[in-house]
Design a protein around this ligand. Structure first.
Ligand code: ATP
Ligand code: MG
Length: 234
């Protein structure tokens, strides 16, 4: 299937002997924006790590544009077009904004995104270009984490909880940016705990419950009862 950006097929992921994902499958078409929701510990971050190459599934496989990528490390996948905005932002505190962005360009592919394009997206980052990461506010760090991921010109961008701990105004701004990134053609996968916000922003949603997909569909086709049952498992 050519328009399929990603397929996750019956993936099982472990941390040592602890199993975190049980037969998880998902399909994402090119250009789609998809949310992954679920309670704390449901396996959302683990699923993103399995897609981005940070973790290798013990069983099942991940396909990117039809080719199996399970077991290929994250830095190689980044050069092939899969990039992650990690949980907790993971900004290098002693490096400047500019240097953090350049790290994202280590596997640079051709495309729209470079430092100036990121600064047009987030003008505040240009003002903070020479400031160390540790001096940035939480919102600025989140913008930097998104900008760093864009620097490789990804086809698929995975974002893990971009709104966590940020003021509503900043969250709104970040979501506007997500829309612009998607409109520029990227496939976007958003992990989010703020369910009502993310449902307004995506084409489809997957809910995880204790390491399994408990529900998926288009937000408009799912009732809030269905979603809360799939989310809480009650
Ligand atoms: N590095 C790790 N070592 C061992 N167990 C882990 C590790 N990371 C996550 N887990 C466990 O795997 C399960 C899934 O965790 P994961 O971080 O994927 O959940 P999550 O849905 O992202 O949760 P949150 O909303 O809190 O970020 C949890 O039970 C968690 O305790
Ligand atoms: Mg997580």
């Amino acid at each position: 299937m050519t328009d399929r950006a990603l397929s996750v097929e019956s993936v099982e992921v472990y941390y040592g002997e602890f199993q975190a994902l049980f037969g998880v499958s998902l399909e994402v078409a090119g250009g789609e924006t998809v949310a992954i929701i679920g309670a704390n510990g449901a396996g959302k971050t683990t699923l993103l790590r399995a897609i981005s190459g940070v973790l290798a599934p013990r069983r099942g496989r991940v396909l990117y544009r039809g080719a199996a990528i399970s077991g290929i490390p994250a830095y190689t996948l980044c050069g092939r077009g899969i990039s992650m905005v990690p949980e907790g932002r993971k900004i290098f505190p002693s490096l400047t904004t500019e240097e953090n962005l350049e790290i994202g360009a280590f596997a640079r592919r051709r495309g729209h995104w470079d430092r100036q394009a990121v600064y047009r997206l987030f003008p505040i980052l240009q003002e903070r270009a020479r400031a160390p990461g540790s001096d940035l506010s939480g919102g600025e760090q989140q913008m930097l984490a998104i900008g760093r991921a864009l620097m490789s010109n990804p086809d698929v961008i995975l974002m893990d909880e971009i709104s966590l701990g940020l003021a509503p105004l900043i969250v709104r701004e970040l979501y506007n940016v997500v829309r612009r990134i998607a409109a520029a053609g990227a496939t976007v996968i958003l992990v989010e705990q703020d369910v009502s916000r993310v449902l307004k922003a995506v084409d489809r949603v997957y809910c995880l419950l204790e390491g399994k997909v408990s529900l998926h569909g288009r937000p408009s086709e799912l009732s809030s009862e269905q979603i809360s049952r799939a989310y809480f498992g009650v």
